[in-house]
Design a protein around this ligand. Structure first.
Ligand code: FPP
Length: 245
């Protein structure tokens, strides 16, 4: 067997990363290239999220975390913000109906207090249904910012200290992690950013300490399971040392 084929086969037999995170970038450029409004890019992007989440579940990934709306995304036009929120509502309505069949638990990370009452009610219903299931979990970051998350956690810890429940000097990294939106979720192993941009953009700042990054020029609406396979194969070729030798 040629060496390349052998390597590919061996890589495909390795277990997938436990936790994959994705910055779903490039929706606007994808739409503009096609002469469509930016919102059409987000609609295509939400369908790709559906496909990739299902694929992650099928190949044995335990957690998929996606950046759907950042604390900075409110700067976009009211029309675009409302289109993204509308897509989220549509997705949640549909997900709620077939959660049992799809076996995809959902969790929302971020400062949800700024979301509309309608979206919040849907999130509450989704959380209640998700709690009944074990298995693959998709985390949707909404009004999420990595710095905001750390400040939010620091405030909660400070309040616990003032209430006499915690001692500042005994705080460990693991304890601090329990104050983050991602409490209970293992750190991401692989973070993917499509669209050619190579920056973190305030995504999972605390949790990405030892994550492997994968960048590709493919725009998110064009991202396929085959692209995810490439990212996973690249991940398996990395030598993760976690600061050791
Ligand atoms: C980044 O691309 C994408 C976003 C800010 C929005 C992502 C939202 C969705 C895919 C829809 C709803 C999500 C779910 C989970 C159902 P961009 O607009 O910054 O693209 P650009 O850099 O090409 O302008």
């Amino acid at each position: 067997m040629p060496l390349f084929q052998k390597k590919t086969k061996e890589l495909s037999q390795l277990p997938p990363p436990e936790h994959i995170a994705i910055i779903m970038d490039g929706n606007g450029r994808w739409a503009t290239k096609k002469g469509l409004p930016r919102t059409a890019g987000h609609a295509a992007g939400s369908e790709v999220f559906r496909r990739i989440a299902t694929y992650c579940r099928d190949i044995g990934v335990s957690y998929l975390t996606v950046y759907a709306f950042s604390t900075e995304n409110w700067k976009r036009s009211a029309e675009e913000v409302s289109a993204i929120m509308g897509l989220l509502k549509k997705y949640l309505f549909e997900a709620l109906e077939k959660m049992e069949r799809d076996r995809i638990k959902l969790k929302f990370l971020g400062d949800l207090s700024r979301l509309s009452p309608e979206l919040l009610a849907l999130i509450d219903r989704t959380n209640a249904v998700s709690e009944q299931y074990e298995g693959f979990q998709a985390n949707i970051c909404l009004n999420y910012g990595g710095r905001d998350e750390i400040v939010h956690a620091a405030r909660a810890f400070a309040r616990a200290c003032l209430a006499g429940e915690k001692d500042p000097d005994s705080l460990t990294e693991a304890d601090f992690g329990n104050y983050l939106y991602s409490a209970g979720i293992p750190d991401p192993d692989l973070i993917i950013r499509p669209s050619g941009e190579e920056r973190i953009s305030n995504f999972l700042l605390w949790q990405s300490a030892y994550a492997e990054y994968y960048f590709t020029d493919v725009l998110w609406p064009d991202f396929t399971p085959a692209e995810l396979d490439k990212a996973i194969a690249a991940f398996h070729r990395r030598n993760r040392r976690f600061g050791g030798v």
